[in-house]
Design a protein around this ligand. Structure first.
Ligand SMILES: [Mg+2]
Length: 270
């Protein structure tokens, strides 16, 4: 490895990590991932798992990740749903929100200073679209009407698809938004990776220095693009979506490419 990159890596004190395809695949930790996180803990580094998946709650993730043996508390996990709630409540406290998302996302958003709308409201301050695995045609129709009436349009994450294992994918928030965009001509503001609002959220909790922060992930247009947008070190793992050919073609170039997260264990040895 380039000695300059190695030196930079060894100075990182905050690691932001993608989940699926980076630290686990489905329900199995990627070999070396548990050791890597334990090593970060030993080194006194902070680590936060960032997920764009807004269909599941923080407690779902806490159960899943700790169940695999990763040392985690709520402080170590950040979902795009949390950042969306935080952002909207700060922008317009008490705003009325129509959610095209799961019940779990509605619960998450209602824990902030926001008012969730039911039924068929006449107007809303915002339509929030998420990865809605409980999507109905009625929700799309109501959201389309509200957007036509001028509601703000916010989406939790731009991912077009979500991996479900065995090289199979299901439509994610980005694809749902494409339907609403085509129907209304409105484009959402996306909150999750690669947008830097996640970093603003973390900054509201503790000091973040871009020079000593790194993002590790397997998807170029979200994980690695966040690294580029936030001017932090980006590390691409080849255990998920991206391969070397895709990296060559991508406008988002990682600072470091590793076969898997486990490869980093060797570099962090003193
Ligand atoms: Mg991933």
């Amino acid at each position: 490895m380039d000695p300059k990159i190695l030196e930079r890596l060894r100075k990182i004190s905050l690691f932001l990590l993608d989940l699926d395809g980076t630290v686990y695949l489905g329900d199995e930790p990627i070999p070396g991932a548990l050791e890597f996180i334990r090593r970060l803990k030993e080194r006194g580094c902070r680590y936060v798992f960032l997920t764009n998946n807004s269909s599941r709650s923080l407690s779902n993730y806490l159960t899943k990740i700790s169940g695999m043996g990763f040392p985690v508390t709520e402080e170590n996990i950040l979902t795009s749903g949390q950042v969306t709630g935080w952002y909207l409540a700060a922008k317009q406290p008490g705003a009325s929100v129509y959610v095209v998302g799961t019940e779990s996302l509605r619960r998450e958003l209602s824990s902030y200073d926001l008012r969730m709308l039911d039924g068929v409201p006449d107007r809303a301050d915002y339509v929030v679209a998420g990865f809605d695995t409980e999507l109905t045609y009625n929700k799309l129709r109501v959201a389309g009407d509200l957007l036509a009436e001028g509601a703000g349009f916010i989406a939790t994450n731009p991912d077009l698809v979500c991996p479900i294992g065995g090289a199979r994918y299901i439509p994610d928030c980005g694809s749902i938004c494409t339907m609403l965009e085509n129907a209304t001509g409105r484009q959402p503001m996306f909150i999750g990776k690669p947008h830097t609002k996640l970093i603003d959220y973390l900054r509201s909790r503790f000091p973040v220095s871009t020079a000593t922060t790194a993002m590790i992930g397997d998807r170029l247009y979200t994980d690695i693009a966040l690294g580029c947008n936030a001017s932090i070190m980006s590390i691409c793992t080849l255990t998920g979506e991206a391969d070397r050919k895709a990296i060559e073609r991508s406008p988002y170039k990682p600072d470091l490419v590793v076969a898997s997260i486990g490869e980093l264990n060797g570099y962090l040895q003193e």
